[in-house]
Design a protein around this ligand. Structure first.
Ligand code: MD6
Ligand code: FE
Length: 201
């Protein structure tokens, strides 16, 4: 099951992390973080989000979906920074570029429940995740919610590639460990997940 899960500790070194953080700050100035809410219940996520790329993942009372515009500003999402596209080209083993990059910002108390990434039209490409800032406790299981899980610490600069049989594995963030990184002056964690939404190159 986990044979298609790759964890690459320290893929981005300290300098690359700072550059990536600058890239993300530029994105978020154009596409501000918003607080998504759960479909139907309208309960707010504890994580704030934005996106870059041709499509962005959003959640509101109507459901989860990908859309080409920011839900608050109505503007197109900024382009995916080249450092992220380079990592995808190096690691994804997929003939085309990512179409969406979800930006999740976690305060020290934010978490993310166990979920599958399955709002894409194709699962042929992996989801590639980059962590910046405070270390998080990442939980990953199998393709059924009740499958056994294990926990992995994800530190700043670490990359996770979920492809093949791991593409639809349940996963979530149990907690963020405050004070474990000095990358973000005010603490917290940023997670970037690049996805392919449609098939093709
Ligand atoms: C996070 N990550 O690390 C949440 N999804 O904050 C994800 O939800 C995720 O790390 C798909 C593939 C890899 C991931
Ligand atoms: Fe996910």
């Amino acid at each position: 099951m986990m044979d298609d899960l790759k964890i690459l500790p320290g893929y981005f070194d300290a300098e690359a992390q700072r550059q990536l953080l600058d890239d993300i700050r530029t994105v978020v100035r154009a596409a501000p973080l918003f607080t998504p809410v759960m479909p139907r219940s309208g309960k707010p996520f504890s994580v704030r989000m934005s996106n870059c790329g041709g499509l962005g993942w959003v959640s509101d009372k109507d459901g989860y979906r990908y859309q080409p515009q920011h839900p608050v500003t109505g503007r197109p999402w900024p382009a995916i920074p080249h450092r992220l596209l380079d990592a995808w080209a190096h690691l994804a083993d997929y003939p085309g570029p990512p179409e969406a990059c979800l930006i999740n910002f976690y305060s020290s108390t934010a978490k993310m429940g166990l979920h599958q990434d399955r709002d894409e039209e194709t699962f042929d490409a992996p989801v590639l995740s980059v962590s910046l800032g405070d270390t998080a406790l990442f939980r990953i299981g199998g393709t059924k919610r009740a499958d056994p899980t294990r926990s992995v610490r994800l530190a700043s600069g670490d990359v996770v590639v979920m492809g093949g049989k791991a593409r639809l594995a349940y996963h979530g963030i149990d907690r963020v460990m405050a004070g474990t990184s000095s990358l973000l002056a005010d603490g917290g964690r940023i997670n970037l997940t690049m996805r392919r939404v449609t098939p093709g190159r």
